[in-house]
Design a protein around this ligand. Structure first.
Ligand SMILES: [Zn+2]
Ligand SMILES: [Zn+2]
Length: 821
C-alpha cells in the first residue's frame, strides 16, 4: 500500500491557499529574502525544464521560510511574443485570448506542483497595467536621449518577419527559429545601452556569487579592448584613414590595409581605377551576407584590391589598400591594418592573394628571425621586436606601450579603447508586444505620447494573416491619430518593443505589482531588492541578464532605487545598489536518452503524467536527487520509483510512531546520526547541494529502521522536517499526524546539538610481550598507524621497550595493543 498522495496534495494546496501562507509583506523587523525564477513564457504547458528550475527555487524558498526569513517568492508570465501570434494565425483565434488561456492552464499546473508562490503578486507582461510602464520607461529614456531612432544595417529574420538585436543572433541564426539571419537597411528604435558599458563591465567583478561562466560571457560580449587608432594616409588624396589595432607592436609588419566594403572612403579609392568594376561587383555581393557568416572562422575570406595605396605613418612605406568581407563596420572604424606574419586570418588572406609579409616579432625559442616564406602559420605569441626601427630588441609587450606613446607624441596615432557592445535594437515588426509610444506628425516630426495618455493600448484584434508586414500597421483606428502638440492628423509608430524589454524590470514590479503611480513603489523596492537568489537557464547569460542590469542602473540614475547590499545582512553581500541579482544559479537541462527533451525528438516526459502516477512530491524529490542543480540530468523512470519508495518508507515510520509508545530507550548512535544529518543537510541546502542533502536524509531513515526497537521519535520528526522543502505536502501531512497543529513551515529549522557530534575517546590497554604495562586514551575511529605512533611516544612504556624498535604490533581495535619486541 502506498501513501495517499493524491488526497494529501490536494488537501494541502487548499490549506496553503486558504491561509495565504506564502503571502509576503514588508516587515522591517525581519530579514528579507527575495527568491526569483526567470518567469515563463506561457506556452500552455509546463515542461520538465520548468519543473526542475522551479523546484530548485521552491526548496530554497521553503528552507529560508523555515529559517525565519521574510521570503518574497513571486511568479508571473512573460506573455508577449511571437508564438501567440503564430497560434492566432494557425488556430484562427486572437493572441490575447490564446495567451490568457495558456496562462490559466499553466497557473493550474504550477499550483499542482505545490510551489510556494505569492499568487497575489502574479503579473502578465501583456496586460496594459504592466506594459503601460514599459512605455513610461521608454519615454523616460527618450527624454534622456537613451532611446533613439536611426537608419542602419540591421539583423533581419525573414521567417519571423522581424528585426533582431545583436544579442538575439546566435551563431548567425535567429535565437527563436534558428533560421539564417540576413542584413537589412531599416530605420529602427535603439536603446543606448553603450552609454552604460563601463559600469556594465566593471560591476561584473562585484558579482562574486554568479557563475564564472556567465561573468566571462558578459565580459566577452561587452568586449573592451585597449589599442591604438593609427592614422594611415591615402597616397593620392592625402585623406586620413583611421585604423584601429590592439597589436600596435606589429605596426612595422603591416604590409596592407583592409577596409570594410561599406566603408565611406571605398568609392573614392576605386574611382577610375582598372579594378573599379570588379570591386563594385564584390561590394554588392558582400552586402547581402550576414555579419555572422562574414566573421565566421570557417568561411574562406574574400577580397579585392582597390587600386590605391596608403602610407604607413611609422616608416612611410606604401601599402596596398584592399576591401574584404571579413572586416565589419561594427568593429573599430571599419578598417584594419593587416600583419600576415602575426595574425592568422591576415596570413591566410595574404597567401591567397600573394601579398607581401614581414616578420617583426621573433619567437623566444628561435635564434634567428624566421623569414616569411618559412612560415606555415602566423605567430601570434610574444617575443622580441625585429625589423621595427628604434624598437628592435624590446619585448613586444613593452614595445606595445612605447610605440603607442611615441605615435601619440608624433601625432600619427591615438591610444583608444574599443568596445564590442552595440546599442540595443528594440523595434519589432510584430503585433503581440508593447506599442512604442511615439507619434509621427508632418509638422512636428517625432513626438512622444504624453505620459498622461499612457497606456497606448494594443488593439485587441488585427488581421493575422502572416503576410504583408506588421498586423498592427493594418489597424486604421490604431495608426491614425492626432498630434499631441499641434493636433493635426498624425500616425502612430506601428513597431512594438522586443519582449526582452518587458523582462528587463519585472523583478522590480513584483515588489509592488499594483502600484499605480510609477513602475514600482520605491519604498517596497528598497525593502525587497536586490533579488537574493535568481535561478534560470544559461541561455540568458547575455540577453536578459545584461538588459536587466542595464535597466537597474538606469533606475538607479533616475533616483528610484535606494538599496544597498549592506542593508540585507545574510550571506556574503557583494553587489552594490545598482545590480539586480546578488546570487545567480543556472540550472542544467533535463535530458532523455542523452538528448534535450523536445517535441520534435518525441522524447518528452509530461510532468502531469508523473504527478498522476506518483504525486508532485515524488517528482520534486526525484528531480533534485538525480543530479546537482547546475549540471545536466538524465531522466530515468527507475529513479522516480526509487523516490516514491523512499517517501513510502518514511510514511510507514510516521504511521508507526504514535503507536510505538514512549517507554523505549533512546539509542545514542541514532541520536548522533540524527544530529550529524541536521548539520550536513543544512550546509547542503545553503550551497544548493540538494542531491547530497537527500542522500543524507536517506541514510538517516536507514539508521532509524536499524534502531526500530528503540525510541525513534526525535529521528522521525527530524526526517519529516528535513524532507519538507523537497516533499512539502507529504511532510505537512505527516507533521499533522504526529500531533502538530501548525504548518510545518512554522516549525523552524532544526538546530543540531554540537555535543552529540564530538567523537568520544576510548582507552586502550597496552601490553609489551603479553604483559600489561600502560593505558592510553585515543580518539574513536583512530587509524592503526596513528595508534603505533602514540604507543611509541608513551613515556610509561619507554623502560619496557628499551629503545628497540618493535618486531610487531598486535592490535585488537577498541581494546588492546600488544607490542612484540
Ligand atoms: Zn526567426
Ligand atoms: Zn504636430
Amino acid at each position: 500500500m502506498s501513501y495517499p498522495f493524491k488526497e494529501i496534495e490536494e488537501k494541502w494546496q487548499k490549506i496553503w491557499d486558504g491561509q495565504e501562507i506564502f503571502r509576503a509583506k514588508p516587515d522591517s523587523s525581519r530579514k528579507k529574502y527575495y527568491l526569483l525564477e526567470m518567469f515563463p513564457y506561457p506556452s500552455g504547458k509546463i515542461h520538465m525544464g520548468h519543473v526542475r528550475n522551479y523546484t530548485i527555487a521552491d526548496v530554497a524558498a521553503r528552507f529560508k521560510m523555515m529559517q525565519g526569513y521574510n521570503v518574497l517568492h513571486p511568479m508571473g508570465f512573460d506573455a508577449f511574443g511571437q508564438p501567440a501570434e503564430n497560434a492566432a494565425i494557425k488556430n484562427k483565434t486572437k493572441p490575447d485570448i490564446w495567451t490568457h488561456k495558456c496562462i490559466d492552464w499553466m497557473r493550474l499546473e504550477l499550483k499542482k506542483m505545490g510551489f510556494s508562490y505569492d499568487w497575489a503578486r502574479e503579473l502578465s507582461t501583456c496586460d496594459s497595467d504592466y506594459y503601460k510602464w514599459n512605455q513610461w520607461i521608454f519615454l523616460m529614456m527618450f527624454e534622456r536621449g537613451l532611446a533613439y531612432r536611426k537608419a542602419s544595417d540591421v539583423n533581419w529574420c525573414s521567417t519571423c518577419q522581424t528585426t533582431l538585436a545583436n544579442e538575439e543572433v546566435i551563431d548567425g541564426g535567429c535565437w527563436r527559429c534558428h533560421e539564417k539571419v540576413e542584413q537589412k537597411d531599416l530605420e529602427q528604435w535603439f536603446l543606448k545601452i553603450t552609454e552604460y558599458k563601463e559600469r556594465l563591465l566593471e560591476d561584473l567583478f562585484q558579482l562574486k556569487e554568479w557563475p564564472e561562466r556567465v561573468i566571462a560571457m558578459q565580459t566577452n560580449w561587452i568586449g573592451r579592448s585597449q589599442g591604438v587608432e593609427i592614422h594611415f594616409r591615402a597616397k593620392e588624396t592625402g585623406v586620413i584613414i583611421p585604423v584601429f589595432t590592439t597589436r600596435v607592436d606589429t605596426i612595422f609588419g603591416a604590409t596592407y590595409i583592409v577596409l570594410a566594403p561599406e566603408h565611406a572612403l571605398v568609392k573614392d579609392l576605386i574611382q577610375g581605377k582598372p579594378q573599379e568594376k570588379a570591386a563594385l561587383k564584390f561590394i554588392e555581393k558582400v552586402k547581402k551576407e550576414s555579419k555572422a557568416v562574414r566573421s565566421s572562422e570557417d568561411v574562406k575570406k574574400e577580397g579585392v584590391f582597390t587600386g590605391s595605396y596608403a602610407i604607413n605613418p611609422v616608416n612611410n612605406e606604401e601599402v596596398p589598400i584592399w576591401v574584404a568581407d571579413y572586416v565589419l563596420m561594427d568593429y573599430g572604424s571599419g578598417a584594419i591594418m593587416a600583419v600576415p606574419t602575426h595574425d592568422q586570418r591576415d596570413f591566410l588572406f595574404a597567401k591567397e592573394h600573394k601579398l607581401s609579409m614581414r616578420t617583426v616579432i621573433q619567437k623566444p625559442e628561435n635564434s634567428r628571425t624566421q623569414e616569411p616564406q618559412e612560415l606555415t602559420e602566423a605567430y601570434e605569441g610574444d617575443g622580441a621586436q625585429v625589423n621595427s626601427g628604434e624598437f628592435d630588441g624590446l619585448a613586444n609587450q613593452e614595445a606595445k606601450i612605447k610605440i603607442a606613446a611615441w605615435m601619440e607624441q608624433q601625432g600619427i596615432g591615438k591610444i583608444q579603447a574599443h568596445w564590442r557592445l552595440r546599442d540595443w535594437l528594440i523595434s519589432r515588426q510584430r503585433y503581440w508586444g508593447t506599442p512604442i509610444p511615439i507619434i509621427y506628425c508632418q509638422k512636428c516630426g517625432t513626438v512622444p505620447v504624453p505620459y498622461a495618455d499612457l497606456p497606448v493600448e494594443l488593439p485587441k484584434d488585427a488581421p493575422f494573416t502572416g503576410e504583408g508586414g506588421s498586423p498592427l500597421g493594418k489597424v486604421k483606428e490604431f495608426v491614425n491619430t492626432s498630434c499631441p502638440r499641434c493636433n493635426s492628423p498624425a500616425r502612430r509608430e506601428t513597431d512594438t518593443m522586443a519582449t526582452f524589454f518587458d523582462s528587463s524590470w519585472y523583478f522590480l514590479r513584483f515588489c509592488s505589482p499594483e502600484f499605480a503611480a510609477e513602475p514600482f513603489d520605491r519604498q517596497e523596492a528598497k525593502y525587497w531588492m536586490p533579488v537574493d537568489q535568481y535561478i534560470g537557464g544559461i541561455e540568458h547569460a547575455i540577453l536578459h541578464l545584461l538588459y536587466a542590469r542595464f535597466f537597474t542602473k538606469f533606475f538607479k540614475d533616475l533616483g528610484m532605487l535606494d538599496f544597498s547590499a549592506k542593508d540585507i545582512g545574510g550571506p556574503a553581500t557583494s553587489c552594490g545598489g545598482d545590480e539586480p541579482f546578488r546570487r545567480l544559479l543556472t540550472q542544467g537541462m533535463v535530458l532523455k536518452d542523452g538528448e534535450v527533451m523536445s517535441k520534435s525528438r518525441g522524447n518528452i516526459v509530461d510532468p502531469d503524467s508523473i504527478i498522476k502516477h506518483y504525486g508532485a512530491d515524488t517528482l520534486r524529490l526525484y528531480i533534485l536527487f538525480a543530479a546537482p542543480p547546475e549540471v545536466e540530468m538524465e531522466w530515468d523512470e527507475r529513479g522516480i520509483e526509487g523516490a516514491f519508495r523512499f517517501l513510502n518508507r518514511i510514511w510507514r515510520l510516521g504511521e508507526q510512531l504514535p503507536k510505538s509508545g514512549g517507554k523505549k530507550e533512546v539509542s545514542v548512535s541514532l541520536r548522533k546520526k540524527t544530529h550529524r544529518v541536521i548539520k550536513e543537510v543544512r550546509q547542503d541546502l545553503e550551497t544548493f547541494k540538494f542531491n547530497t542533502a537527500i542522500s543524507q536524509i536517506m541514510e538517516l531513515v536507514n539508521e532509524i529502521y536499524q534502531n526500530i526497537d528503540s525510541d525513534i521519535t526525535e529521528a522521525v520528526k527530524t526526517a519529516v522536517v528535513l524532507i519538507s522543502p523537497f516533499a512539502p505536502h507529504f511532510a505537512e501531512e505527516l507533521w499533522q499526524r504526529l500531533g502538530n497543529r501548525e504548518s510545518i513551515l512554522k516549525a523552524g529549522w532544526p538546530e543540531y546539538d554540537p555535543e552529540l557530534l564530538i567523537e568520544k575517546s576510548i582507552t586502550l590497554v597496552v601490553q609489551v610481550n603479553g604483559k600489561v604495562r600502560s593505558k592510553i586514551d585515543v580518539p574513536a575511529g583512530i587509524s592503526q598507524d596513528k595508534i603505533k605512533e602514540l604507543v611509541l611516544a608513551d613515556e610509561k612504556l619507554k623502560p619496557w621497550l628499551g629503545g628497540q624498535s618493535p618486531k610487531n604490533f598486535i592490535i585488537v581495535p577498541g581494546k588492546l595493543v600488544n607490542v612484540v619486541i
